[in-house]
Design a protein around this ligand. Structure first.
Ligand code: PEP
Ligand code: MN
Length: 333
């Protein structure tokens, strides 16, 4: 249930309303927006008489929220959320680009690529240390050692780092990481989501391979329900009948999410297409469609990459994409 307060609502009456609502057994999420104060009620609101609340002098309107996601719902939080990743803001007009290799392979590779993506204008460095691979015989990543190298690359460039966590038992190894990625394969690993909900780390939540937008928002809700509201959504393509691309990039997720949620939306054209030469056009399409940022895989030598080489851009190609993105953004501004 949503309770919208009138502007300049009397503080004493507001205090009374809050106490009464809490006594009904619901918790209140208060959002003081630029235009109005919205109270999101979470819990069993079925027995609460909405007419009674609506009749109060300080209340403008009361709405029941049908969707099962509450904290991720735009009705609970009318303004766009802005997520701060160690000083880099994402959402609400702040555009962020996270770039780097699929897998961290050695110190030279990650430090070099970090400098190059930074020079091209990226504001966050990505790199996989724990890799979710379809085959147990494929490269599994450098694990803890990879995180150490990522930290060195951050030290060399100042770029905050994003890397994937697959198991809550590994959380301690991620203590110095700026943003934790939950990959497509773990989007519905609810135990992992619950643990992340109790951290204060920003979370990049990728869409599951075959997940609906509602399922994806419910996964965001798992994290937010634990108290961690620093969630950024990442569309990375979904499984369809099409085989010409690795996945099918669902760009319509941008306007749909924009309407349903206040969380920022990042588009990953690398995993969505699986083909380096398709990354630029889809990155441009994502910008035109209103994304809050991009995730792009960049490798100094894609042909030699330990994972996802075919979709990795060279640093020079990445720079070209970044220049086009900047032009497109200023044309749209
Ligand atoms: C990745 O970012 O390297 C990755 C494995 O992504 P996804 O979970 O989207 O497949
Ligand atoms: Mn990858």
């Amino acid at each position: 249930m949503i309770v919208v307060l009138k502007k300049n609502a009397d503080a004493q009456q507001y205090g009374e309303l809050r106490r009464w609502l809490i006594a009904q057994g619901v918790s209140i999420q208060e959002n003081i927006g630029s235009f109005q104060t919205v109270l999101g009620l979470i819990g069993d609101t079925a027995s609460i008489d909405s007419d009674l609340i609506e009749a109060l002098e300080i209340v403008e309107s009361v709405k029941r929220v049908q969707e099962p996601y509450k904290k991720a719902n735009r009705k609970f939080h009318p303004d766009d959320s802005i997520i701060d990743v160690s000083g880099v803001k994402i959402g609400g007009g702040h555009f962020a680009v996270m770039a780097g290799p699929c897998s961290i392979e050695c110190e030279d590779q990650i430090v070099e690529v970090a400098k190059q993506v930074k020079a091209a204008g990226a504001n966050l460095l990505r790199g996989g240390a724990f890799k979710p691979r379809t085959s147990p015989y494929a490269y599994q990543g450098m694990r803890e050692e990879g995180i150490d190298l990522l930290l060195k690359a951050r030290e060399a460039t100042g770029l905050p780092i994003v890397t994937e966590i697959m198991d809550a038992a590994h959380l301690d190894a991620f203590r110095d990481v700026d943003m934790l990625q939950v990959g497509a394969r773990n989007m519905q690993n609810f135990e992992l989501l619950k643990v992340l909900g109790h951290t204060d780390k920003p979370i990049l939540l990728k869409r599951g391979l075959s997940s609906t937008i509602q399922e994806w928002l419910m996964s965001a809700e798992y994290i937010m329900a634990g108290g961690n509201e620093n969630v950024v959504l990442c569309e990375r393509g979904i499984r369809t009948f099409e085989t010409a691309t690795r996945n099918t990039l669902d760009l319509s997720a941008i306007p749909v999410l924009r309407e349903k949620s206040h969380l920022p939306i990042i588009i990953d054209p690398s995993h969505a297409t699986g083909v380096a030469r398709y990354v630029k056009p889809m990155a441009y399409a994502a910008v035109a469609g209103g994304a809050d940022g991009l995730m792009i895989e960049v490798h100094p030598n894609p042909a030699k990459a330990m994972s996802d080489g075919p979709q990795c851009l060279t640093p020079a190609k990445f720079e070209e994409v970044m220049q086009g993105v900047a032009k497109l953004r200023s044309a749209l501004a």
